[in-house]
Design a binder for this molecule. Sequence first.
Ligand code: DX5
Ligand code: ZN
Length: 219
Amino acid sequence: MKNIQISPSILSADFSQLGKEIKRLEEGGADLIHVDVMDGHFVPNITIGPPVIKTLRNYTKLPFDVHLMISPVHKYIKNFAEAGSDIITIHPEATDNLIESIQLIKKLKKKVGISLNPNTEIVVIEKILKEIDLVLIMSVFPGFGGQKFIPEVIEKIKKLHQIKKNNNLRFDIEVDGGINFSNSKEVILAGANILVSGTTIFKENKGDIKKNIETLRSM
Ligand code: DX5
Ligand code: ZN
């Protein structure tokens, strides 16, 4: 059985208690902490920026899986690296020069993630897959937690997994948006090895984070 990692999104946490919420996630067995950064421009919602991430760094040693939904992203990459991000994930549409942005993330010694919206095709990154550490497949249109999983994305995960196998590549396949106990198995079987989840982890089983993480991981 392959190793499945769970990256809870703090978008569904109590924002007045973020430090405590992150500790709860760590105690509940999270592998990563998914931080959704939104600018009200690339997506129609606004969340948090580098100063908050820097403060949260004191609450856990778990890697920060930082999902940047901001544009133009390039000039902020350094700030997010210095704030304590471990994985920096960007959308190809949010930068004028994807290669330069990837190189900058590498230069800052952070893992590179590229996120594909439901309507962004794999071909956009196919030639550069060996340069990146993680592909974040969006299974909702980014902007809000609690949306419904788009089932067509399963085929995309399968296709990406096939490309990964055929070319002997090592990037992680992470899936984000609408993951729940009914679709997690299919997502894992399609080839994902990291699942992001906000609503399911914080709200199911009366907020029993440990149980919800275990259930997602075990399919
Ligand atoms: C969507 C974000 C997510 C998402 C996850 O823009 O990137 O990380 O909110 O939350 P759920 O699991 O509630 O869909
Ligand atoms: Zn996200």
